[in-house]
Design a protein around this ligand. Sequence first.
Ligand SMILES: Nc1nc2c(c(=O)[nH]1)N[C@H]1C(S)=C(S)[C@@H](COP(=O)(O)OP(=O)(O)OC[C@H]3O[C@@H](n4cnc5c(=O)[nH]c(N)nc54)[C@H](O)[C@@H]3O)O[C@H]1N2
Ligand SMILES: Nc1nc2c(c(=O)[nH]1)N[C@H]1C(S)=C(S)[C@@H](COP(=O)(O)OP(=O)(O)OC[C@H]3O[C@@H](n4cnc5c(=O)[nH]c(N)nc54)[C@H](O)[C@@H]3O)O[C@H]1N2
Ligand code: SF4
Ligand SMILES: [Mo]
Length: 678
Amino acid sequence: MHAINKPSGVFRSVCSLDCPDQCGLLVHKVDGRIVKVEGDPNHPVTQGAICNKVRHMTERLYDPKRLRYPLRRVGSKGEGRFERITWDEAIDTITANWKRLIEAYGPESILPYSFYGNMGRIGTEGMDRRFFNRLGASKLLYTICDAAGAEGYKFTMGGNFGTDPEDTVHAKLIIMWGVNAVSTNMHQVMLAEKARKNGAKIVAIDVHRNRTGRWADWFIPIVPGTDAALALGIMHILFAENMTNEAFLQDYTVGHEELRQHVRQYDPDTVSAITGVPVRDIYRLSRLYGETTPSFIRIGNGLQHHDNGGMNVRTIACLPALTGQWLKKGGGAIKGNGGYLQHNAAALQRPDLREKPSRSINMNALGSTLLELDPPIRSLYVYNSNPALVAPNVNKVREGLAREDLFTVVHELFLTETARYADIVLPATSSFENTDFYRSYWHHYIQLQQPVVAPYEESKPNVEVFRLLAAAMGFKEQAFQDTDEDLIRQALNHPTNPNISGITYEALQEKQYVKAATKPLFPGKLLTPSGKIELYSNSMEKRGFPPLPTYTPLAGDCDRQFLFIPTANHNFLNSTFAHNEKHARMEKQPKLYMNATDATALGITDGAFVRVSNERGECVLAVVVGEDVLPGVVVSQGLWADSPNGKNTVNALTPDRLADMGGGAVFFSGRVWVEKIG
Ligand SMILES: Nc1nc2c(c(=O)[nH]1)N[C@H]1C(S)=C(S)[C@@H](COP(=O)(O)OP(=O)(O)OC[C@H]3O[C@@H](n4cnc5c(=O)[nH]c(N)nc54)[C@H](O)[C@@H]3O)O[C@H]1N2
Ligand SMILES: Nc1nc2c(c(=O)[nH]1)N[C@H]1C(S)=C(S)[C@@H](COP(=O)(O)OP(=O)(O)OC[C@H]3O[C@@H](n4cnc5c(=O)[nH]c(N)nc54)[C@H](O)[C@@H]3O)O[C@H]1N2
Ligand code: SF4
Ligand SMILES: [Mo]
């Protein structure tokens, strides 16, 4: 009998959040209600431990603010006044508007906007994609998260393929590079703890001594956006002091002789001047890396949210090749591991349903898209995302969302900042109410979610809403009749990825999680043009990039005094949980970390409120004075729900330029003024 039909019990489940760890969960249910969520002790990676956020998941599931039924706007856009309507009225209103727009302006006047608020694949890249393909809507480019780094890593390594994290317990040196793993990848930290018990050293390279910096054996502060220079400095010393593995370079790389010449210019003095890392520390780090094996680098997302983010990752990704780490169990690097678990995306998304090519829109340019694109976007359908809070240059986004003539639909669990601008709000189920399959972008397991509880009030899963919309639009294709199980089976049937050939719907039903049949990358052939690690990349040269890894400075933002790094926090997941009181209380308040030298110069004392501003907007934040950031840098944590004065939205300050690669976001390359208030 399915869990959903049993009033009480403990059921296996999976965490749906956009987090690399993708935990196996045990969900406790009493009288039809979830009362507790804990880690599955049998899941090989989760090992019974989950984060604080999800341990308090019931606070979110049964938050009194959770949306119960569809709504229609009665106030002005953004005001948040709505009236209850039925699902029939909601679907009729949406499809009547879309039929009118398609008739008058064509289907490209409609734009879907989504991200991974729920990582379930049939709900985020399944029925939705089929629907918008068939509709012929404008296409969204999913660039907000790791686009720059993924492209940079691909130039070096051929795709999202790295070390199996379970092997990293064997590493003797672990470098957490631009990743706040204690908060964002806690099972990598658990694996590193095991390695540490066996003698491993842990180094963190970051612009902020946050939880991860404090946990590491050695914290190295670095000037934001200069990581490529540090990596090149390490290469300089590895070559100069003969710490490279010549056999590995010969067999598995292209361009090592060119690289050897090229990195001569990145001597320790030059690199120190760029990065702020003292010369003696550059030597110490390089020798530690050159002499320790296996060594493992966890490359984070933070250092690629910069103008030069792609090149930062492309460059760091070259390091393990220099010392031949890819042949050592637990050695190497991870940026993302999504390549191993590729499912059959064409079967799931059905691009063939699109009659003719449509324009593509970079999600990082949402503000200018809504305000300036010609021919205009006239309707926006948002799901699995909260762009009015998470997008760069968010004041511009909100100006676009405020357009009276923009017909906006938001499918959500909460009345988020984005939903407040909607004409129609649809209530979404939580993942525990859905069927879906999940594949991690870090560990190598595919997992199944089967509903544990019935849909909350009138809420519906994404897949079901798109089935309703398809029916109301008159789409007759079988693609819109497929059941959830059909969709999962079609996605798992992927003859060109043998790693997942043993993973069937039946196996997932029986075991809940199944590991893909992945093999170490070497000996073997990569998906780069040469089949080898490309230290020298012809494809980069063709695209107008330097073919060898190179330090490129950040683009000029405004001439404000501080570089502003608004990162994630411990108790929210992007803006998820920001609207739940318990999680917000655990974080206390939005803060701004500042170096004591800067604070003294500006007459700012610990705990004082300051105005943080630039030409895009302003924020008011409470300052934490100390030594956790370098002079000239200020850091905030968390994407907080709007405060009553609206002055805590950090993305009001972030630039919406695009990174060097992949059309990525540059959240961390903006500059700000900081002023004392009062
Ligand atoms: N608790 C929690 N967990 C999360 C999330 C969350 O919001 N909260 N978000 C999830 C998502 S969507 C993602 S993509 C991941 C992101 O998780 P991470 O990969 O950890 O990425 P970020 O948190 O963006 O930034 C990581 C670190 O990069 C640092 N940093 C910024 N600029 C630079 C730089 O130029 N050089 C260096 N060396 N460091 C720099 C920041 O100070 C931060 O400590 O986490 C996921 N997990
Ligand atoms: N300043 C700054 N901005 C950032 C970042 C940063 O580090 N600093 N990080 C960036 C990164 S890496 C990312 S990935 C983005 C993430 O940005 P988003 O993808 O927008 O992430 P969330 O804020 O978590 O919003 C997800 C929303 O989806 C909703 N949701 C959850 N499940 C479902 C479902 O099944 N159906 C529907 N319809 N909705 C659902 C949730 O309620 C939530 O409101 O933010 C980016 N923005
Ligand atoms: S958010 Fe991450 S660490 Fe927390 S339960 Fe989910 S997958 Fe695990
Ligand atoms: Mo992300």
